[in-house]
Write a protein that binds this ligand. Structure first.
Ligand code: AKG
Ligand code: FE2
Length: 333
C-alpha cells in the first residue's frame, strides 16, 4: 500500500488479509459489472428537457449532468485540494480538520452532531471529510491551505445549490406538484459536501469501499475522479458508472422518491475499491427543511428528522438502513 502513514491505523493491518469485518461485494445473481458498459441518461442543464429529466428519474433514479456551469478550473482545483488533504499523515488530518470540518473513516454514517457512528457492524474501506456548507463562512483558520480550500468549497457550494434548485424546480414541474407546497421540500441551508478517499486494497477479495445503499437526501450530486468504482443496481444487475471528466452524476434520494409518490426512484448504489489506485470523490447532498412534513399517498407523514433517527437506529441495531419501507402506509414493520 502506498501512502501508508496517511491511512487510518485500522486500515494497515486489515489490508493484508481478507478481513471478516469488511463487507464483500454481493454479486449473487448479477453479472460482473466491469464487463457491462452502460449509457447513463444525459441531462443538459442549459437546455433542460422536462421529458428527458422525468424519464431518467423514473427509469434510472440517476443521470449524468452536462453543461452545469461549474468552471473546469474549480473542479480540478478542488480535486487537487482533496488529494492533498487526504495525503497528510493520519494524525495531522485529525488535528487539522476541526469544526465545521469533520474527518472520519470506516463508515459513511454520521450522527446528527456530525460524529461518525461507531459500533456499526461493518467497516467500509473509506475515509471522509464532512463539510456543512452553511457553517463555512464562520470558519477561520491560520493554516493557508485550509483557507484556500474553504474559499473553493464555498464557491463550489454556491454552484451546487444553484444546480440542485434548478433541477428540483424542474422535477416539481415535471411531476405536476404544487410549487408552493414543494418549497420547503428542498432547503439549500441543509446542503453539505462529503469528500471521500477510497484507499486501494491489494488483496484479491472484492472489498467494498461503500456498501450498497440509497441516499437519504432529496438529491445527491457526485463528482468522481477518473479512477471510477461507483456502481448502480439496475434491473438486478450492478453496472459500473464510468467516469467522464467534467460531468456530474445526479442521484435521486429517498426524500425525492417519497415527494414524487414513488414515481421517481431512489437509486441503489455502492463503491467498488480499486486494487492499485486510490479514488477520490466529492459529493453534495441536500435535504428538506427540518420541520417540513413529507406527505404522499404511499407513506405516513414524516419529517426528515424522523427519517434520520430511524436510519441511525437501524444502522446501530441491524447494521444497515431499512429506509423508506419503515414509513410505508400499512407496513408490517
Ligand atoms: O463516492 C461516491 O462516488 C459515492 C458516495 C456515496 O454514495 C454516498 O456518500 O452516499
Ligand atoms: Fe450514496
Amino acid at each position: 500500500m502506498s501512502n501508508l502513514e496517511s491511512y487510518p491505523p485500522d486500515f494497515h493491518h486489515l489490508n493484508g488479509s481478507p478481513a471478516p469485518l469488511l463487507p464483500q461485494l454481493n454479486n449473487h445473481s448479477m453479472e460482473d459489472s466491469s464487463s457491462l458498459s452502460v449509457s447513463i441518461p444525459v441531462v443538459d442543464l442549459q437546455c433542460l428537457s422536462l421529458e428527458k429529466l422525468g424519464q431518467a428519474c423514473k427509469e434510472w433514479g440517476l443521470f449524468r449532468l452536462v453543461n452545469h456551469g461549474i468552471p473546469p478550473s474549480l473542479l480540478s482545483k478542488l480535486e487537487e485540494y482533496v488529494k492533498m488533504l487526504f495525503a497528510l499523515p493520519f494524525e495531522s488530518k485529525q488535528a487539522l480538520l476541526t469544526n465545521p470540518f469533520f474527518y472520519f473513516w470506516g463508515t459513511p454514517v454520521l450522527t446528527p452532531s456530525g460524529a461518525a457512528l461507531r459500533g456499526a457492524l461493518n467497516i467500509n474501506w473509506l475515509e471522509g471529510i464532512n463539510v456543512p456548507l452553511s457553517q463555512l463562512p464562520q470558519f477561520q483558520s491560520e493554516d493557508p491551505r485550509l483557507e484556500d480550500f474553504r474559499h473553493s468549497l464555498e464557491e463550489y457550494g454556491r454552484h451546487l445549490s444553484r444546480i440542485a434548485t434548478a433541477l428540483f424546480e424542474a422535477m416539481v414541474k415535471s411531476l405536476n406538484l404544487c410549487p408552493k407546497q414543494s418549497e420547503s421540500s428542498l432547503d439549500e441551508s441543509t446542503g453539505f459536501v462529503r469528500l471521500y478517499r477510497y484507499p486501494p486494497r491489494s488483496v484479491t477479495d472484492e472489498a467494498c469501499g461503500m456498501m450498497e445503499h440509497t441516499d437519504s437526501s432529496v438529491l445527491s450530486i457526485v463528482n468522481q475522479d477518473q479512477v471510477g468504482g461507483l456502481e448502480i443496481l439496475k434491473d438486478n444487475k450492478w453496472l459500473l458508472v464510468s467516469p467522464i471528466s467534467g460531468t456530474l452524476l445526479v442521484h435521486i434520494g429517498d426524500m425525492m422518491q417519497a415527494i414524487s409518490d414513488d414515481q421517481y426512484m431512489s437509486v441503489k448504489h455502492r463503491v467498488r475499491v480499486n486494487k492499485q489506485e486510490e479514488r477520490v470523490s466529492i459529493c453534495y447532498f441536500v435535504f428538506p427543511a427540518k420541520c417540513s412534513v413529507i406527505r404522499s399517498s404511499k407513506y405516513k407523514p414524516f419529517t426528515y428528522t424522523d427519517f434520520q433517527e430511524q436510519v441511525q437506529n437501524d444502522t446501530k441495531t441491524l447494521g444497515y438502513k431499512v429506509g423508506l419501507d419503515r414509513f410505508k402506509l400499512n407496513a408490517p414493520l
